[in-house]
Design a protein around this ligand. Sequence first.
Ligand code: AMP
Length: 130
Amino acid sequence: MPTIFSRIISGEIPSYKIAEDENHFAFLDINPVTPGHTLVVPKKEVSYLFDLSDSDYTALQLFAKRVAAAVEKAIPCKRVGVTVIGLEVPHAHIHLLPINTEADMDFHHKQTLPAERMEEIAATIRANFK
Ligand code: AMP
């Protein structure tokens, strides 16, 4: 049974897509901790980030670096914070969050934003992805 992220990657489930390449996919977290909270995932289904091969792990981090640069340009913030949790979805992924304070990394504060706002945020990040 494919993971929810594989179903997003295949287009079966809609997402606010940010970017993709041959092996990676980035999209907005549906319940952002801060506006612009983005998930970066390998297309290959591996449950745990640290079970990725060295080359797949490195490639994912390099793709995440490009996504983080786009997030930082698109969303006014001091830094893009990086978190790995992986307790909910068994498909390796990296959380990227635009932050201004340490408290902005608090995963107890997930929000739901209107669809139009999510699409607007995704479009702005997409426009800055290189
Ligand atoms: P975790 O596996 O604990 O790192 O958390 C998984 C993250 O995926 C959570 O922050 C969820 O809000 C997010 N998430 C779950 N389902 C979706 C979805 N369909 N689209 C976007 N993000 C999702």
